[in-house]
Design a protein around this ligand. Structure first.
Ligand code: MG
Length: 354
């Protein structure tokens, strides 16, 4: 069989000639030959397989640049790439689903008489056994809990994380008028702007930045904001749940099935952040969470989570009578494990008021 006209090829591939012209322009599928006089496009029958793959990937919603990559791969590698793409889509959809559920609740007026919850809290930050500075900063108040882990080296992380906490602090006194996520989003932008100002006024601060994980209360509702690799957990009914997702290179490799959690623990680049506050604009994870009486929340910097196994965190949070005991014991665990990094813990117990 010779080459096919674009019309015949389109019919065989179950695509429109218009789609084929688009794929040509985008470099996804070039015709085998273009008539120099008429400009008509001709295709080889062997190109049908690729045309169909492109069409399926388009239907999947994959961006064109990524389709181009998949089409150049061997089948096994292409399969891995599609799996990785889909894992990412599902993670993003889950975040949007939570937001949709919140908006539905709010618009249906379920928010009218929220249970009023109060918290008892404690925080502890320690330099660890190896570092020369403590670059972590934290805040714990009646409505706001926050941990920020500064980076940049040579003491530049401390002012960065302190600036981030300062930008959040007003949330503990000014009620965010039913818009927890809006208030947190605004505070994150202010934190990022503060870092931009610091870097501009002091070029030595170039390359510094900070993580941020914070919880803000309103009634029984919790707003969670998160950028980087500090973490938030909740101990509920005896089980420990991590409610943040690390923005690290290794976590994305785990999500895509390219790395196991065990391999990640010893990965040389396990602290490489994909997202952080550094004054260059940032997209933070924002989500709502329903707090319950009896919940115990933990915010921590990676100085805890990298060296203390999650089972030990669970056991310690379960056993400690008061938030005070919990933060002290958790910091001790990190230091007993060598204390390679600054370690900061904030623990809060939720109880019904009244
Ligand atoms: Mg750290």
């Amino acid at each position: 069989m010779g080459t096919l006209t674009i019309g015949a090829f389109a019919r065989a591939a179950r695509l429109s000639p218009k789609a084929l012209r688009l794929y040509d322009e985008l470099g996804l599928l070039r015709p085998a030959r273009v008539d120099p006089v008429s400009g008509y496009r001709f295709y080889e029958p062997a190109q049908l397989e690729r045309a169909r793959l492109v069409a399926w990937l388009r239907r999947l919603g994959m961006p064109l640049a990524r389709i181009r990559v998949v089409c150049e791969l061997e089948p096994a590698a292409a399969a891995r790439e599609i799996a990785a793409y889909w894992a990412r889509v599902e993670a993003e959809t889950a975040t949007r689903r939570d937001l949709a559920a919140f908006l539905i609740d709010q618009l249906q007026g379920k928010d009218e008489e929220p249970m009023t919850l109060g918290i008892r809290y404690a925080m502890k930050s320690d330099i660890g056994k190896v570092r020369e500075d403590n670059e972590d900063s934290a805040y714990a108040g009646a409505r706001l809990l926050a941990v920020a882990d500064g980076f940049g080296g040579h003491g530049r992380g401390a002012p960065a994380s302190a600036a981030v906490i300062e930008a959040l602090r007003p949330l503990d006194t000014e009620l965010p008028a039913g818009d927890l996520l809006g208030a947190l989003d605004q505070a994150v932008h202010e934190a990022d702007a503060a870092l931009r100002d610091i870097t501009r006024s002091d070029p030595a601060m170039e390359g510094s930045g900070s993580t941020l994980t914070a919880l803000l209360w309103s009634g029984s509702r919790l707003g969670l904001v998160h950028v980087g690799d500090s973490r938030a957990y909740v101990l509920r009914d005896g089980e420990l749940f991590q409610i943040t997702h690390d923005h690290t290179q290794v976590q994305s490799l785990i999500d895509e099935g390219r790395l196991t959690a065990e391999e990640a623990a010893s990965h040389p680049q396990r602290s490489l952040l994909l997202r952080a506050l550094h004054g260059g604009g940032v997209t933070a994870d924002l989500k709502l969470h329903e707090a319950r009486p009896g919940d115990r929340y933990l915010l921590c910097s990676d100085g805890l989570s990298v060296v203390v196994p999650v089972q030990a965190v669970h056991d310690t949070l379960s056993a400690a009578a008061e938030p005070d005991d919990a933060v002290r014991r958790l910091v001790d665990l990190a230091n007993d494990a060598g204390g390679p990094d600054n370690v900061t813990c904030v623990v809060a117990d939720v109880a019904e008021l009244g």
